[in-house]
Design a protein around this ligand. Sequence first.
Ligand code: EPU
Length: 342
Amino acid sequence: MILPDFVQRDVALDRLNTFALPARAAWFADVAEPAQLAALTRAPGWRELPCFVLGGGSNLLLTGDFDGLVLHVCIPGRELIAEEADVWIVRAGAGENWHEFVRWTLEQGWPGLENLSLIPGTVGAAPIQNIGAYGLEMAERFQYLEALDLATAKTVIFDRAACQFGYRDSVFKRAAAGRYLISAVTFRLPKSWQPITRYADVTRELETLGVTHPTATDVSDAVIAIRRRKLPDPAQIGNAGSFFKNPVLDAEAFRRFITRYPDAPHYPQPDGTVKLAAGWLIEYCGWKGRNLGPAGVYEQQALVLVNRGGARGEDVLRLARAIQDSVQTTFAVALESEPVVL
Ligand code: EPU
């Protein structure tokens, strides 16, 4: 197969995933502009080559070498594309660092994304799992995204409905999985801004900071302080954030659960279902701070699995399965893992 010059052979992915798991890609390309994908699709044999689109690698579990082409999205750019009476419309290249983008919007005086501060990863990865934290999901600020069809290199626009956002979920994890490279995302930041401070952690942190009428930057600073305390910095200890989704029970299953565990934190959803705190379930089973080989459960937040040093993907998977078994046996609740497994 003859691939364009910008494609490299046999590249280590260890530094490109925040879990710091070892793996190599048979082929690898930094994609900084959509035209590169068009060049790739003209290469003979392109259709037979398995492709994987990599952003910041912060929601990824690498289980071994990848015998295909890793497309590492580096597309830059951030701009105000329109200002309307009630909103700022802001577009960012998929390769932009998410947190730097959030802070940049705040510096420009466009609030709205502050609750999502310090989430690792790129702008392009944000819609895939509809990142969310401290009372806000990305979907609430989303306008549309541009994605390149990997088969044709043509740009396809996905509006909010087309993305089918759910809790840590979108069409890009289901029907459209593996078919697109998200190249840019456009957000709607409302001018009638109100701080979202209903999460107890945020309220407490603002009190500690002595803030009574928070600005968006105050909320961002509070979220940063909470995350630094509770979540491990991937630069210091390998991890992919929450490893499991918080499980959602139907009303009947929740009634049975809460009768037995009345102290369990729970969050009623608008549709009548109830979300449980997976971290609480895992801690109850005694896993918090424990290790299984070189993989462990973070001391400050049981929802986060960590690489204690030298872990391979299979070590993390073994620990994840042991936790899922414990939670299933104890509570009859299934835990679903969150990261993409490759
Ligand atoms: N809890 C425990 N033990 C633990 C962890 C949590 O008992 O080890 C309890 C807490 O005391 C609290 C409840 O569980 O009552 C919820 O904990 P927390 O507020 O820390 O949030 P979470 O449900 O564990 C979710 C997101 C995080 C996000 C926070 C804040 C998921 C899978 N995770 O965690 O997202 O930052 O809420 O909004 O929804 C991520 O996705 O990578 C992530 C970090």
